[in-house]
Design a binder for this molecule. Structure first.
Ligand SMILES: Nc1ncnc2c1ncn2[C@@H]1O[C@H](COP(=O)(O)OP(=O)(O)O)[C@@H](O)[C@H]1O
Ligand SMILES: O=C(O)[C@H](O)[C@@H](O)[C@H](O)[C@H](O)COP(=O)(O)O
Length: 232
């Protein structure tokens, strides 16, 4: 299987990560429903209680936090701001204008993934929100693969990336205008150099985020609504 391809169940994790795999909750014990090859739940007498992890991705300034918070309101689920999970050293490094390395990002991604899993309510809590929204740049495919592990082995958990696409000049404008953030506009170029735009990754929804916040939110709403309709 190529990385980024839709996994066929049963899934053998492509990334070895025993500690997380062992603590992953069985979110739907006893369900007779299994996901189909298209990832949509097949109808059965006992509906599968799907829990969706929505990861809002893209380079600094594309609108991850803005879109993520709006989506949180709309879906009524928890929101995790990826920046809050960086160790202080990473924030200081970025604040000095030095891009992070793969090594710097690794622990951050693993911690954020665990937080996303923890934020999903157990399946016994039927009235609890069915999911979580996470803002995380996830610039490279291998970073998205780290996050994908959150859904491996749990058929009731579905992961979706919402990639916010924006040209460099508008990214620059937005980061320059943003106040009191460690990430300055000088980092935009390195973010774009690091970025591997998702192509042919089955679980990625790409949204053009030119335009006002309201226009963008409407596009995100339409895309998420269409995606959720696949699970009805
Ligand atoms: N559609 C938009 N139009 C104009 N400004 C926006 C839009 N979306 C977000 N912003 C602003 O751009 C800046 C970067 O947005 P933010 O959500 O912090 O991006 P990220 O979390 O991806 O770095 C913020 O000041 C935000 O208010
Ligand atoms: O709001 C922002 O400006 C971004 O979210 C920013 O903080 C950054 O994208 C990552 O959190 C850093 O990690 P990466 O270098 O992996 O993007």
């Amino acid at each position: 299987m190529l990385v980024g391809d839709r996994p066929q169940l049963p899934v053998t994790p492509a990334i070895e990560d025993p500690p997380i795999a062992h603590v992953m909750p069985d979110l739907n014990p006893g369900s007779s429903t299994t996901p189909s090859a298209t990832g949509c739940a097949e109808k059965s007498t006992q509906p599968l209680h799907i829990q969706h992890i929505w990861i809002v991705t893209g380079p600094a300034g594309c609108g991850k936090s803005t879109v993520g918070k709006a989506l949180q309101q709309e879906l009524g689920v928890p929101f995790l701001e990826g920046d809050d999970y960086h160790p202080q050293l990473n924030k200081e490094k970025m604040g000095r204008g030095t891009p992070l390395t793969d090594e710097d990002r690794w622990d951050w991604l693993v911690v954020l993934r665990k937080a996303a899993i923890d934020a999903l309510a157990p399946s016994s809590e039927r009235n609890s929100p069915a999911g979580v929204v996470v803002a995380c740049s996830a610039l490279k495919q291998k970073y998205r693969d780290v996050m994908r592990v959150a859904a491996y082995g749990s058929p009731s958990v579905q992961i979706h990336f919402i990639y916010l696409r924006l040209d460099e000049d508008v990214l620059m404008e937005r980061v320059r205008a943003r106040q009191q953030h460690y990430m300055k506009s000088g980092m935009v170029r390195s973010q774009l150099a690091t970025l591997e735009e998702p192509k042919d990754e089955w679980d990625v929804i790409t949204i053009n985020v030119q335009g006002s916040a309201e226009e963008v939110q409407q596009r995100v709403h339409d895309a998420v609504t269409a995606k959720l309709a696949e699970y009805v």
